[in-house]
Design a binder for this molecule. Structure first.
Ligand SMILES: N[C@@H](CCC(=O)N[C@@H](CS)C(=O)NCC(=O)O)C(=O)O
Length: 289
């Protein structure tokens, strides 16, 4: 311990830290501004962004459409979380937790709001009878892995990603603690994928859809710039599965929806029709103008 070690005061008070999310993070919930959400013509309205949590839902919707479920047609609207869109009154009405993704199903007699990406995956799987096994043991395995992802990933994003990539100060203790936990989780998956083609068994399910954007992101998309640091190439089974899932058309499409940065060919800011992938990605729009 040094003389400058932090001593917590008796009562915590909010002091913005100037870090990457200082402008949006705050210790209270609720709306800060009146702002309605846009509504398109499809039954499902998605308010999201192409972060790993957002991509889970767009992959799911594209998979459902690929399976022929026309009722899964959707309008996807970008929510700019670094500009505070998640604190608008319309968004808060769909998700009181002010985080993307949030879904409004307008095809039911009264619109149904669904928030939390895991909950959205289960809702859609049940609504369309797809990608979630119905046999009790297979369903339990699938939901176990889905909940594993929901419970484990905050240590990766809020822990490793935050302290390794976003925090202004590199704190060795915090980086070590969360790198160890992240590597433990990568090993959990690697061992599972040594014995099973997909995460929950021989079939591709919502467990794969939930896990791929996060752990596939670490394995092959250099999430948080931490690929080399975490030696992700060593997780051979995870690498095999990441490649296999990444080759699915629905996964390729889902990754592009509501993506607002990166390669212009991978950015489809709003999605209202399947043809948008061919005509409205940022590279295509730039070529037209
Ligand atoms: N457990 C939630 C987490 C959602 C979440 O953390 N969303 C982030 C983006 S990936 C967000 O909206 N952050 C904005 C904020 O914290 O203000 C889920 O899986 O849906």
């Amino acid at each position: 311990m040094t003389d400058t070690a932090y001593v917590p005061p008796k009562v915590w008070t909010h002091k913005p830290d100037g870090g990457r999310y200082a402008a949006t993070n705050r210790p209270i919930a609720g709306a800060t501004q009146e702002k309605e959400l846009p509504v398109g013509r499809h039954p499902l309205q998605l308010y999201s962004l192409a972060t790993p949590n957002g991509v889970k839902v767009t992959i799911m919707l594209e998979e459902l459409l690929a399976l022929g479920h026309r009722g899964a047609e959707y309008d996807a609207w970008p929510i700019k979380i670094n500009e505070g869109d998640q604190f608008g009154s319309g968004f808060v009405a769909v998700n009181p937790n002010s985080k993307i993704p949030a879904l409004l199903d307008r095809s039911e007699s009264k619109p149904v709001r669904v928030f939390e990406s895991g909950s959205i995956l289960v809702y859609l799987a049940e609504k369309f009878g797809a990608l979630l096994p119905t046999e009790r043991a297979a369903r339990a395995e699938c939901l176990s892995w889905l909940f594993w992802q929901m419970g484990s990933t905050p240590y990766v994003g809020g822990g490793f990603g935050h302290f390794y990539a976003y925090a202004q100060e590199k704190i060795e203790y915090a980086i070590n603690r969360f790198a160890m936990e992240t590597k433990r989780q990568l090993d959990v998956l690697d061992r599972r994928l040594a014995e099973s083609e997909y995460v929950a068994g021989p079939q591709y399910t919502i467990a794969d859809i939930a896990i791929w954007p996060w752990y596939g992101g670490l394995a092959q998309f250099n999430q948080y710039g931490g690929g080399e640091f975490l030696s992700v190439q060593d997780y051979k089974n995870l690498q095999r599965w990441t490649t296999q899932v990444g080759q699915r058309l629905a996964v390729k499409r889902g990754r592009k929806v509501n993506r607002l940065s990166g390669d212009p060919a991978d950015q489809l800011h709003e999605r209202h029709d399947a043809s948008d992938f061919d005509t409205k990605t940022q590279d295509k729009l730039a070529a037209k103008s």
